[in-house]
Design a protein around this ligand. Structure first.
Ligand SMILES: [Zn+2]
Length: 131
């Protein structure tokens, strides 16, 4: 069990903003979802915090519970012709998902930073380590 290595809320909030979870000044990503190797402001090694599939799972969970499920309560979704409504709804959902994913990944890396979980320790939790 990990203890909190760094302040939890500031680290996660900085990550959600796409900023370095350590200082909040440097950029966390150098491309859409590519994590910068090192923070240009404080030289924190950002690449060692694992993200793997976590942000994708959290994004799917958020979109399913906060967008898709509430959308099903609106009768227009059920009554409209799916030939017209499906492309509109699915493209809006794709845009929302693509907007949420980098923020969720930033928050995830901020969480890993706050908990002090590094890439080398994450490998111990895989099924390969049990063999
Ligand atoms: Zn930094």
């Amino acid at each position: 069990m990990h203890e909190i290595a760094h302040p939890f809320a500031p680290s996660v909030l900085r990550g959600l903003k796409g900023r370095c979870p350590a200082c909040g000044r440097g950029s966390l990503f150098w491309r859409y979802l590519k994590v910068s190797g090192r923070c240009e402001a404080c030289d924190e090694d950002l690449a060692r915090y694992p993200a793997d599939d976590g942000p994708a799972y959290v994004t799917i969970l958020l979109m399913g519970h906060l967008v898709v499920a509430p959308l099903l309560f609106f009768p227009i979704v059920w009554r409209s012709n799916p030939v017209y409504s499906a492309p509109i709804i699915l493209s809006a959902l794709a845009v929302l998902t693509l907007l949420a994913l980098p923020r969720v990944k930033g928050g995830w890396i901020g969480l890993m930073y706050a908990l002090g979980v590094k890439d080398t320790e994450a490998r111990l939790h895989t099924a390969d380590a049990a063999e």
